[in-house]
Design a binder for this molecule. Sequence first.
Ligand SMILES: CC(C)(COP(=O)(O)OP(=O)(O)OC[C@H]1O[C@@H](n2cnc3c(N)ncnc32)[C@H](O)[C@@H]1OP(=O)(O)O)[C@@H](O)C(=O)NCCC(=O)NCCS
Length: 150
Amino acid sequence: MINLILEQMQSGHLEALAELEKICFSQPWSYKSLEEELTNKTAHFFVATVDGEVAGYIGVYIVCESCFVTNVAVFPQFRRQGVATALIKMAALTADAMGTDFISLEVRQSNAPAIALYRSLGFEEMGLRKNYYRNPTEDALIMTKVFKKG
Ligand SMILES: CC(C)(COP(=O)(O)OP(=O)(O)OC[C@H]1O[C@@H](n2cnc3c(N)ncnc32)[C@H](O)[C@@H]1OP(=O)(O)O)[C@@H](O)C(=O)NCCC(=O)NCCS
C-alpha cells in the first residue's frame, strides 16, 4: 500500500506539475498556465502526493451542470498503483456533490492505458472530435460518466 494523500493544488506543487506535463504531453501546460488555475473559480485541481512527493494530478472545470477534465497525469514511477483512480474519484465526487450531471473528457484514440482507466471507472464512449490533437494530429474520443441522481 502506498501512502497516498490527495489535496487541492497549491503554488508549492506547480514546479513538479509543470515537469509532469512536459513528461506526459506534446503540448504541455506551462507553470504559468497551471498557476492561473489557482485563482480560477471554475477550476478544481487536485494533487496526489506519496510520502510528500508529487505523484500526479487532475484538473477539472465545473460550469453549471457540467464537469470537464482538463488533464490527468501520473509520474511514471507512481503508475499502476491506483493514483489516477483516486484522483478521478475525487474529482467525480466533487463534481457530483456540486450538482453536476456528468463528468466528461477527451482522450487520444491511441491512448490505450488512459482509455482502460476511464472505462474501469464507468466512463463511456460518447463520440469523436476529429483532428482534435496536434503533434501528432489525432482524433479525440469523448468519454463521459453520467451521475445517477435520486
Ligand atoms: C493514464 C494514467 C493517468 C494512468 O495512471 P495510473 O495511476 O497508472 O492509473 P491507475 O493505477 O489508477 O490504473 C487504474 C486502471 O487503469 C487501467 N490502466 C492504467 N494504466 C494502464 C496501462 N498502462 N495499460 C493497461 N491498462 C492500464 C488498468 O485497468 C488499471 O487497473 P490495474 O492496475 O488494476 O490493472 C498514466 O498512465 C499517465 O499519466 N499517462 C500519461 C498521461 C496521460 O495519458 N493522461 C491521460 C490523458 S487523457
